[in-house]
Design a protein around this ligand. Sequence first.
Ligand SMILES: NC(=O)c1ccc[n+]([C@@H]2O[C@H](COP(=O)([O-])OP(=O)(O)OC[C@H]3O[C@@H](n4cnc5c(N)ncnc54)[C@H](OP(=O)(O)O)[C@@H]3O)[C@@H](O)[C@H]2O)c1
Length: 175
Amino acid sequence: MAKSTTTLTGEVTPLAAQSMRQPMPSVYVEEPVTIIIFGASGDLTLRKLVPGLYALYAQGLFRERFAIVGYARRSYDDSSFRERMREAVKSFSRFPVEDARLDEFISRLYYHKGELEDIESFRALKVRLQDEARYPANRVFLPGDHARIFFAGDSKSPTGLNSLPPRTPNLGREL
Ligand SMILES: NC(=O)c1ccc[n+]([C@@H]2O[C@H](COP(=O)([O-])OP(=O)(O)OC[C@H]3O[C@@H](n4cnc5c(N)ncnc54)[C@H](OP(=O)(O)O)[C@@H]3O)[C@@H](O)[C@H]2O)c1
């Protein structure tokens, strides 16, 4: 006998019918954006965040230029971080990986070495991000270390795209 599940309206729908549901509508990133990933050398970034961003890119969901900046303590530079992320995408992507697309994606990645507890690290990041030709001014902060970073909406960006971790000293005001 087929298993069944209950919809929000209370109707009972066979599980088989779920595979015939319409796909989710696509959501495009319509504006230039810089995505900053805290905990960028960690497992979550390697297994989920960067392969997931690659999948969005490969499906054409970034319609404007973008940059991804990884932030962690380990001693990567842009070049070694890119190679690490290239291997991560190849290992963990659930979306087919094409070398040319992957090269394009990887070229948008950067690494910023810093401590979460050190305000000077964030000041250096702020200075770096002022190069808006490379790092578009709309900023999205992704937590790769949930235990340390908490997020809240921010009013600084006219587009509302910025979100900031207010528990990190001054970051909410200074980035
Ligand atoms: N892994 C998963 O698939 C997964 C899935 C769901 C949720 N999560 C959650 O995501 C969070 C991260 O998990 P993870 O598996 O990625 O952990 P992880 O492998 O231990 O990575 C932690 C990251 O945080 C960075 N970090 C730690 N302390 C730092 C500091 N003081 N300053 C700067 N960077 C610092 C580390 O960088 P350095 O080592 O370079 O300093 C590393 O990049 C956890 O809360 C976990 O529960 C993980």
